[in-house]
Design a protein around this ligand. Sequence first.
Ligand code: NAG
Ligand code: NAG
Ligand code: NAG
Ligand code: NAG
Ligand code: NAG
Ligand code: NAG
Length: 582
Amino acid sequence: MGHCCSLFLLSCLLWSFFIAGTHQLQSSQTQVLLQIRKHLEYPSQLEIWNNHGMDLCYLSPSTKVNMTCQNSVVTELRIVGDKPAKVNNFVGFAIPNQTLSGSFSLDSFVTTLARLTSLRVLSLVSLGIWGPLPDKIHRLSSLKYLDLSSNNLFGSIPPKISTMVNLQTLNLDNNFFNGTVPNWFDSLSNLTILSIKSNQLKGTFPSSIQRVTTLTDLILSGNDLSGKLPNLDRLSKLNVLDLSGNSLDSDLPSMPKGLVMAFLSNNSLSGEIPRQYSQLSQLQHFDISFNKLSGKLPAFLLSLPNISHLNVASNMLTGSLPGHLNCGSKLQFVDISNNRLTGGLPYCLSTESGNGVVKFGGNCLSVDLHHQRAESSCVPVKRKPSGEKNIAVLVGVIAGVFVIIALLACGLLMVCKICCPRGISEQHLLHKAEQEKSVTGFSSGILSNARYISEAENWGIHGLPACRSFTVEELKEATNNFSNSAILGDGSHGKLYKGTLENGTQVAIRCIPSSKKYSMRNLKLRLDLLAKLRHPHLVCLLGHCIDGGEQDYTVNKVFLVYECVSNGNFRAYLSGNFRTNF
Ligand SMILES: *[C@@H]1O[C@H](CO)[C@@H](O)[C@H](O)[C@H]1NC(C)=O
Ligand SMILES: *[C@@H]1O[C@H](CO)[C@@H](O)[C@H](O)[C@H]1NC(C)=O
Ligand SMILES: *[C@@H]1O[C@H](CO)[C@@H](O)[C@H](O)[C@H]1NC(C)=O
Ligand SMILES: *[C@@H]1O[C@H](CO)[C@@H](O)[C@H](O)[C@H]1NC(C)=O
Ligand SMILES: *[C@@H]1O[C@H](CO)[C@@H](O)[C@H](O)[C@H]1NC(C)=O
Ligand SMILES: *[C@@H]1O[C@H](CO)[C@@H](O)[C@H](O)[C@H]1NC(C)=O
């Protein structure tokens, strides 16, 4: 009797288990999923859905596909495809094998998706989805998490997303969104992660973001944002701020005290590093490299309690760091190179103390002189107010000084050639070159080319071709598309190529990489000056080529084309030590 009872109970239990276990996904939801698979052109990741007998909710999660169901409906759907993250030549149309086919319609795909009305998590990554994202995406109003990264979405970010108030994470990284950056983020009152990196969004930093105080991660790098940054200290929960690789030309804003990582490199940020940053006690990773920041490098940055990675390279920071500075105990990487710092290196950054990486070349520090610049190039220069008259006067003065110095240098050179033993006053002459640099604002690398000693003394001043501007195509032709075999030398001031012009002239071409320091107009002015520097003992500038956009301040590369002289450079000649590394 007792046996019978427990057997009955057991079978009851089993039965209820079975019922719960086959809690079927609504067949309409299954239909939607199968349609989604069709829209996505049957990616191999979804082959597991072929097993029709099986409830799709109970397939085991994989690294490529996850699905969660509740009460017979799908609540979470994550699919990671294998299409390339960003197709190079995408211009808004399907590309075979790289995007979904030309018959894919993002609009009807989203219509289908929107039938999964209970979705809280949707992640469709690297699936080759292409097209402008339709406004109706907002029908997925329960979404807390939306990730459509690494597809080929373009156009504007749909304004209706602002009505998806449950959103906590919005990730649209690595797409082709090319409208203006939206300014309605304050409608998303629970947003914690906003990530739209590597798109082509234009416009100014959206001021509404200041009011999204729930944000922990704000990532807008690799777009084309310009203009000023508002103060961000109201974003009290912000941990990660990434605005690198834009065109922001603001001062540095004040930052929330809890900030852990700040990436602001590759913009045109200017002004000084705010004192307020001394309060960033949680800061671990701070990168403001490749900007136009000036003023003193504050020592407190190196002493922040949690700092481990500090990069301030390639700015115009001045001043010196105290020798007895206490570096933060977690400091692993410091890059202060290519600034205008003077004095010594703090003991805590020297090689004897610790195992981290420290880069400090391209300054005027009193250590490792080989990689430092001359003192004179680190004296802060006050900008002259511009205006046509001022420029004319300035050009006159510069040209005058330049010619005098050039003549002096040549005179000295000839005296040296005649009567000095080799290797005498390298320091002296180099110093002179550096002085000229501070006058012209040009780096010694450019001027050093003008000092290649010409053997062809019969190149009379009158016989020289006029300085002209070359096109990038001409230079590509001359150097066999800048092939490696054409490289004569490679230095901190860019690569030097040997080439042959169409008319057979042998030339040396110096390629100077993007230097945001020069405006187009300034640059042309200076190039013209260089071209005027003509003397039998000086290599002459045949011409130049500026590779850049049409606007001012968008010079990508500058090429200087010199007559080619095969005897090495001036310094090498003087020191009797033929090297070509400038
Ligand atoms: C699915 O979930 C597992 C563990 O829960 C995770 O490791 C995996 O990355 C997820 N896959 C996707 C596509 O999100
Ligand atoms: C955005 O990109 C698409 C596709 O490349 C293009 O057709 C459209 O003109 C672009 N829109 C803007 C505003 O640049
Ligand atoms: C696409 O890929 C498949 C298999 O990888 C290949 O057979 C086919 O030729 C490719 N098509 C194109 C247009 O590249
Ligand atoms: C935002 O989050 C809070 C707490 O997590 C919750 O109470 C509130 O309902 C959420 N608001 C919206 C619009 O989802
Ligand atoms: C910034 O520019 C440098 C040099 O141009 C480049 O090496 C680096 O990858 C860029 N970084 C970002 C985040 O764009
Ligand atoms: C910063 O350092 C303190 C003390 O070492 C530590 O308690 C804290 O968790 C650190 N902050 C972060 C963001 O790691």
